[in-house]
Design a protein. Structure first.
Length: 86
């Protein structure tokens, strides 16, 4: 995984929760991991990765991921088998 993608993953998995993770960085990470990305109605985005599927709400008007989605993103990544590199 590219160093920039690893940093975004580390930021997502970091505790305490970060409030500055950019949606665009998250979507770039998902692409790098090979996720299928499908725009849904409104600001909803569906992601399929390693047999797991989830829908997340694209933040607006800002670009920072909502804390409620951050927790769901962590669970989605964990269930899809994505872990931090040591």
């Amino acid at each position: 995984m590219h160093k920039r993608h690893q940093k975004v993953l580390d930021d997502i998995l970091q505790k305490p929760d970060r409030r500055d993770i950019q949606w665009n960085d998250f979507m770039t990470l998902m692409s790098a991991l090979g996720a299928e990305i499908a725009e849904r109605g409104g600001s909803m985005v569906g992601l399929r990765l390693n047999g797991r599927y989830a829908v997340f709400h694209k933040p607006h008007p800002g670009n920072e991921i909502y804390l409620s989605d951050l927790k769901r993103i962590r669970r989605f990544l964990r269930e899809a088998g994505v872990t931090q590199e040591e």
